[in-house]
Design a protein around this ligand. Structure first.
Ligand SMILES: Cc1cc2nc3c(=O)[nH]c(=O)nc-3n(C[C@H](O)[C@H](O)[C@H](O)COP(=O)(O)OP(=O)(O)OC[C@H]3O[C@@H](n4cnc5c(N)ncnc54)[C@H](O)[C@@H]3O)c2cc1C
Length: 439
């Protein structure tokens, strides 16, 4: 326990790694955590992605507890170990919670019979920390790590890492822009989504090999909520799925919004695609439901280039497309029409289908089968085309300690690796810390 450990990113992953280390007697003064955001006493609510606990610090505070949700974990360490690691993350959140007894677990019951013939329904437990408590949790957690001697560098942006000479280079984001330089024996790279460009820069610079990725593309489906109420009562954020293993395609409903549910236009690389969000305030209630129907397509050689090309072809009049057998595009929470170009069934069949290279039929089948499961739905729905997830490249790591295959003392964790949520990000980091404790 004499190695100098530098952690880049004080988000969910970085903080869980530091905690595991000091909990097990690792000297805090050998751990430096560098973050471009602020400590929890200074961090403002509008600083959504940066600072202590990172994106998790102002998140919805939902801790999912299933290895099929929130990104890759069991791939690296096996199912049993993954659950044990996620337990540790949940315990940490409870431990620094001002009212741990209020952390509740919702655990939906068995898959309902009416779904079974057509879809799988992914049911998983979720621990609700409570968004309002996250700030207090962060302060208690931070105080603990500081009391153990962990050295935090705030408002310091790392802009380069010299893997060969084991050095981290950064700048303090104050007026003077002071330079910062640290040597490390072991590096934990935990920059989350806000550091995605930086991760890409390193991947290019060091020609880091990455894991093959799938294409994730589909539509944003929208309908009046009443048609889905039977299922929403069982699982608010329901996840329907189906798989066609032989064809390398699987589909899932993604990110369900209810009650005050709005479709949002996203602009990426100059093209429009769709997403959804829900408002909490009752005055926005529109009794609509929206969710993505996303296909995961494996075996496409360059998924990123393929997706970008498809998205650019699914544009008309400078925006995305809308198809409905009976409805018009809905309005945003600000009362404007959701920007889209309405198309006919003919265009859907003869233009959209060939652009997505025949895969669109899976989405139409999904909708047809929803009509059987939710009989009142019939033609009372619409789809915004496309919805897309550009998956960031995932560097290839050694599964035993998440170290880069080219640099054994550099460990990638959290959203910078393959996670997409709090529990998995924290769990990956604890996994790395456990291995560092053995050195
Ligand atoms: C609005 C919102 C709500 C969410 N709600 C949930 C939820 O309810 N449940 C759930 O499981 N997940 C949720 N998520 C996702 C979850 O927050 C992330 O998956 C998780 O925080 C990832 O952890 P991480 O440590 O990898 O990255 P982060 O928590 O994002 O932390 C990364 C840290 O790295 C720092 N950083 C980045 N680049 C640099 C650099 N170059 N130099 C120095 N520092 C840098 C950032 O400042 C940041 O603090 C939500 C995300 C958002 C944005």
């Amino acid at each position: 326990m004499d190695k100098k450990i530098v952690i880049v990113g004080a988000g969910v992953a970085g903080v869980n790694a530091a905690t595991k280390l000091v909990d097990n007697g690792y000297p805090g003064n050998l751990i430096t955590v560098i973050d471009m955001g602020k400590d929890p006493y200074k961090r403002k609510p509008e600083e959504v992605m940066t600072g202590f606990l990172g994106a998790g610090g102002w998140s919805d505070g939902k801790l999912t507890y299933h290895t099929a949700i929130g990104g890759q974990l069991s791939k690296y360490c096996g199912e049993e170990k993954a659950m044990e690691l996620m337990d540790q993350v949940i315990t940490n959140f409870k431990r620094f919670h001002p009212k741990p007894e209020e952390v509740q677990c919702s655990n939906p019951e068995e898959e309902p019979e009416f779904i079974k013939p057509y879809f799988g329904l992914r049911l998983f437990p979720v621990w609700h920390v409570g968004t309002d408590y996250l700030s207090e949790i962060a302060k208690n957690w931070y105080d603990y790590l500081v009391s153990k001697g962990v050295d935090f560098k705030w408002e310091a942006k790392v802009y380069a890492i010299d893997f060969e000479n084991e050095r981290v280079l950064g700048k303090f984001l104050d007026k003077e822009n002071h330079e910062l330089e640290y040597r490390y024996d072991e590096l934990i790279f935990a920059v989350g989504k806000s550091g995605i460009d930086f991760a890409q820069q390193l991947a290019n610079e060091y020609e880091l090999p990455d894991e093959p990725k799938s294409v994730q593309i589909g539509v944003r489906f929208e309908a009046p909520q009443e048609h889905f109420q039977k299922l929403i009562d069982i699982s608010y954020d329901f996840k329907l799925y189906r798989k066609f293993d032989d064809e390398g395609v699987s589909l899932r409903s993604f990110c369900t919004n209810n009650n005050a549910a709005y479709v949002a236009v996203e602009e990426t690389y100059g093209d429009h695609s769709y997403n959804g969000h829900a408002k909490k305030d009752e005055r926005y209630r529109n009794d609509m439901t929206n969710f993505g129907i996303l296909m995961e397509i494996n075996g496409i050689e360059d998924p990123f280039a393929w997706s970008r090309n498809v998205v650019s072809k699914l544009q008309a009049n400078g925006t995305g497309l809308y198809y409905s057998p009976s409805r018009q595009p809905s309005t945003t929470s600000e009362g404007n029409n959701v920007t889209s170009t309405q198309i006919s069934l003919d265009t859907l069949t003869h233009v959209v289908e060939p652009v997505i290279e025949g895969y669109f039929k899976y989405i139409m089948d999904f909708i047809q089968d929803m009509k059987k499961v939710f009989p009142t739905l019939q033609d009372d729905w619409g789809i915004y085309i496309p919805e897309v997830k550009y998956l960031s490249p995932e560097p290839l790591v050694n599964y035993k300690d998440l170290s880069l295959t080219k640099y054994f003392n550099v460990h990638f964790v959290g959203d910078a690796l393959s996670a997409r949520g709090i529990t998995v990000s924290g769990a990956q980091a604890i996994y790395v810390a456990e291995n560092l404790l053995k050195l």
